[in-house]
Design a protein around this ligand. Structure first.
Ligand SMILES: [Zn+2]
Length: 442
C-alpha cells in the first residue's frame, strides 16, 4: 500500500493504472455492473450493483444540503457515470448527482438534495440474478402522516373526476349487461328484498367509512414473477391495483389506499405498517402467479394459515413471496422493520376466519372473470398477511408464467375485469359483515 502511494505521488493516477498488472486489479477491486434509481414519494433508492466487496463511507453536508458517498478501491467508469442520467427532474429528494474520481482509489458520489433527508446506506449480498448491491436510500426527515396523506389523496381524486378508463368501463358495462341476461336471476332476486327490509328496519343507519388497503406486490428492485413475453409481475399488479382503488373509491362509504403507487420496493413488514397507519379495515395484496410449468393457470386467493402452509405448493409459494424482501433489498438494521416482524407474529384465529370470508367472496367473483386455480381459498404463511387485526387476503390474479394468461394480464380490459371482480368481492364481504362503528378522526 505504501509503495503504491509513493508511486501515485510521483507518477500520478493515470500512470498508476498502467503500472498495476490488470489481473491483480481485477482480483482486488470490484467493478460496477449496473446503477439504478428508484424515485418515489416514500423514499428514493439508489442501487449501485457491483461484482465484489467494496468499502464505503458517507456523510451529510449542509448549505446546500448534500450527501457524499466515497467508495474506495473503485475507479470511475462508464457505468457509474450513467447514474447522473438516471435522475429524473421530478425526483422528490435528489436535485443533482455528481460523480468523480476523488483520488487514485476512491470514487466520490455527491447527491445534491432538495429536502431534509434521513439517509440509509447499506449493502445487500448477491441474491437471485443480482450481484452485490450498495444501496443508498433517502427518506424524508419527517415522514408524512399516512391519514392526512390519504385525505389529501381523496381530495385530489374528487377534484379530478375524469377517469382515463371511461371507455373501458363503457365497454365492460355492455359486456356485463349481456352476462346478466344469461345469469340465473335467482341470486339477485333473493338478495334484494332482504336487503330492502334490513334498510327499512334500521333507523337511519350511519355506516362508517371503511378503508381498504390495496397492496400491489413487489416493485422496484423486486420484479416478482416474469412472463415468457417479458411481462413483469410488479407492473401488471400495479395497474390492476390502481383500477381496484378507483373501483373502491367510487363505492359510497368506501375508500382505498395503495401501499405503493409507483415502481419502488416496499418491504413486507412496511406494507402492513402502512395499512395500520390509515386504520385499514381490510388488506388486499395483489399478485400474479409464476410456476415452472407454463400450463399452470387460474386465479387463486390465499389467506394466512395458523400453522404453516396448508399444502407444500402453498408453502413453496409463501417462501417465494417472502424471499421478496431479500431480492427487493431490506435494510436489516432498520429497527422499525424488526419490531413489525415481532408484531406480525401475533395473528389470531379471528383474523383468519374473517379473512376466509373475505377470500371466499373475492374468489366467487373472480370465478366469473377467470378460471380458478383451486375452487377454494388456500392458506399459506405469507408475511404480508400477518396483520393480526386486519382481515387480509393475497390474490394471485392469474399465472403470468402461462402465455395465455400473461396476455390477459397485459390487457387493460382484463385488468379492469379482475379489479372489478375483487372490488365486488370486497363489497359483498362488507354487505354481509358490516363493520362495527368505531370512532375515527377521518
Ligand atoms: Zn408475487
Amino acid at each position: 500500500m505504501n509503495t503504491r502511494r509513493t508511486v501515485l505521488k510521483t507518477l500520478g493516477a493515470s500512470l498508476l493504472l498502467q503500472l498495476v498488472p490488470v489481473g491483480a486489479r481485477a482480483a482486488e477491486s470490484a467493478r460496477f455492473v449496473d446503477v439504478r434509481l428508484w424515485p418515489a414519494e416514500d423514499y428514493t433508492r439508489v442501487t449501485l450493483e457491483h461484482d465484489g466487496a467494496l468499502k464505503y463511507k458517507y456523510f451529510l453536508v449542509e448549505n446546500p444540503m448534500r450527501m457524499v458517498v466515497d467508495i474506495s478501491d473503485m475507479q470511475l467508469d462508464k457505468t457509474l457515470k450513467n447514474l447522473t442520467d438516471r435522475l429524473k427532474p421530478d425526483d422528490p429528494y435528489v436535485q443533482q448527482i455528481r460523480v468523480g474520481q476523488f483520488n487514485a482509489d476512491t470514487v466520490r458520489i455527491v447527491f445534491d438534495l432538495k429536502a431534509q433527508v434521513r439517509p440509509e446506506v447499506f449493502t445487500i449480498d448477491p441474491v437471485a440474478e443480482y450481484k452485490n448491491r450498495l444501496v443508498v436510500d433517502f427518506y424524508p426527515k419527517t415522514p408524512p402522516d399516512p391519514l392526512i396523506a390519504l385525505l389529501k389523496d381523496q381530495q385530489q381524486d374528487a377534484a379530478t373526476p375524469s377517469y382515463k378508463d371511461d371507455e373501458i368501463n363503457r365497454a365492460l358495462n355492455l359486456a356485463k349487461a349481456d352476462q346478466t341476461d344469461k345469469a340465473p336471476a335467482s341470486e339477485s332476486a333473493k338478495e334484494s328484498p332482504r336487503k330492502a327490509k334490513a334498510d327499512a328496519d334500521s333507523t337511519p343507519q350511519v355506516r362508517r367509512l371503511v378503508t381498504v388497503a390495496i397492496d400491489p406486490g413487489h416493485g422496484g428492485e423486486d420484479p416478482g414473477a416474469i412472463g415468457r413475453a417479458g411481462t413483469r409481475e410488479k407492473d401488471v399488479v400495479l395497474e390492476i391495483a390502481r383500477m381496484l382503488k378507483q373501483e373502491i373509491d367510487r363505492t359510497p362509504g368506501m375508500r382505498a389506499m395503495l401501499t405503493r403507487n409507483d415502481d419502488y420496493f416496499v418491504p413486507l413488514g412496511k406494507r402492513v405498517q402502512k395499512a395500520r397507519g390509515v386504520k385499514a379495515d381490510l388488506f388486499v395484496s395483489v399478485h400474479a402467479d409464476g410456476f415452472i410449468k407454463p400450463s399452470a393457470r387460474g386465479s387463486s386467493v390465499f389467506v394466512l394459515s395458523e400453522r404453516g402452509a396448508s399444502s407444500s405448493a402453498a408453502r413453496w409459494l409463501a417462501d417465494k413471496q417472502n424471499a421478496s424482501d431479500l431480492i427487493g433489498g431490506v435494510n436489516i438494521a432498520d429497527k422499525d422493520n424488526q419490531l413489525a416482524k415481532v408484531l406480525l407474529d401475533l395473528s389470531t384465529t379471528a383474523q383468519i376466519n374473517d379473512s376466509m370470508k373475505l377470500g371466499g367472496a373475492v374468489l366467487g367473483k373472480l370465478a366469473s372473470v377467470n378460471q380458478l386455480h383451486k375452487a377454494y381459498v388456500e392458506q399459506a404463511g405469507f408475511a404480508v398477511l400477518k396483520a393480526p387485526d386486519i382481515p387480509s387476503i393475497l390474490v394471485e390474479t392469474a399465472f403470468i408464467s402461462n402465455p395465455a394468461e400473461e396476455k390477459k394480464l397485459n390487457d387493460p380490459h382484463q385488468q379492469l375485469k379482475i379489479a372489478k371482480a375483487i372490488a365486488g368481492g370486497v363489497k359483498e364481504y362488507f354487505d354481509k359483515n358490516p363493520p362495527v362503528a368505531r370512532s375515527r378522526i377521518a
